[in-house]
Ligand binder design. Sequence first.
Ligand code: UN1
Length: 500
Amino acid sequence: MHSPDVFASFQPAFAPYEGTDLPVHSPIDGGLLTTLRTHTKADVAEAIERASVAFGAWRNVPAPKRGELVRRLGQKLREHKERLAWLVTVENGKILEEGRGEVQEMIDICDFAVGLSRQLYGLTIASERPLHAMTETWHPLGPVGVISAFNFPVAVWSWNAALAFVCGDPVIWKPSEKTPLTALACQALFEEVAAEFGAPDHLSQVVVCNRHAAAAMIEDSRVPLISATGSTAMGRAIGPQVAARFGRCLLELGGNNAVIVTEKADLAVAMPSLLFGSVGTAGQRCTTTRRVIVHRSLWDRVYDALSENAARIAANKVGNPLDPGTLVGPLIDRASYETMQAALASARADGATVRGGQRLLEDVLPNAYYVAPAMVKVARQSGVVCDETFAPITYVLPYDTLEEAMEIHNAVPQGLSSSIMTTDLREAEYFKRTSDCGIANVNIGTSGAEIGGAFGGEKETGGGRESGSDSWKQYMRRQTSTTYYGTEAPALAQGIRFDV
Ligand code: UN1
């Protein structure tokens, strides 16, 4: 499965981190890729100290010059797109096409951030007092702690890092322990760029560690922003810890995304999006379509079409994600497979019809976890349907009125992404107004957002917004400034007199 040459070409990036603590496996065959040494809490504290020093220098570099560093990073990623995509596939298991998409997302956010580096605009505000000028300006914030998940092992770092760098902030990155190698590869590419550019040392650092060591970053007020992607449980743990020291959190947590298919849907448009959203990335996107809420008149038809397509994929398109014909790669690990099976068992116990979901390729790859995507027909939303199971399970539910569909839609704890399939403008607008998610699409699926929009969601999704739009403001400190340029004693606001 491996291309030894490509893997060997990454060895210099891994070498300084090699050790005996953390075995890293490929989900493709369960094989050991390498073993790393992990950082302790004290190591993380030292990284924070180094980042603080880097901040002192980087904050004084003009923003457009900081953008030049990010421009070069984007260029470096273009040059290494194919090999980095390959490593993403080997370490994470997503198909190579999606590995390439992930690196493209990094390149796109670099381009976005370069433009932004000349547009960190503030405001001029009308003062109520004569000869006073009021402005609002944005200043670098400080070291940013980035915690990323295995499923987008490099793109999510880049959303944060590209913005943080142009905003004047160093980054300390704690990647998932399941995917540290892709992080080290990015770090090596960054270091090449930083050396050519002459950036301060330690502008970007990777800490390979568990959550106990990462607590150093969560607890330290020298890290004013923690941007974390992962489970709701993780967010629930770190959110209050960061808040307790008045730090800022940017949380992108679980999703339980639904697509509503109305009577007015064009199924030729809807079906491909439903399928990619449900089974693409083996159901391991936070934006994966987990629920399809279908008008009762189309319930059987949509369920049958989805399960037939899923069965077709299971028959010959689940397998090695490096093969060009594969559409669905493996689950990340055994635990993920077991969680999936438990969810299906629970759905069955609740009376649902389950098609697919069985393990595949077990004889040839006993240490890898490939599954047939599961389509679950369920009459009512309850129990496990309300949970996010990070696997290819799609619950297909019926509705009678659009109001009822929206109630079902919003009655889960998560609020990341949502879609409606309809050709009716009124239905589409009603849906957008009523969906409680951070993302609400019309006639496209729930996954595959572009970097130009703000990405994130409400409720247990955590409320954060990353990447596009004005997400950059979270990586900066806002300052309101009033200047008096008169020669008499200045007037006080609110008309207060204080004559001595
Ligand atoms: C994630 O799964 O954490 O919208 C991120 C998408 C991708 C990003 C997903 N652009 O599906």
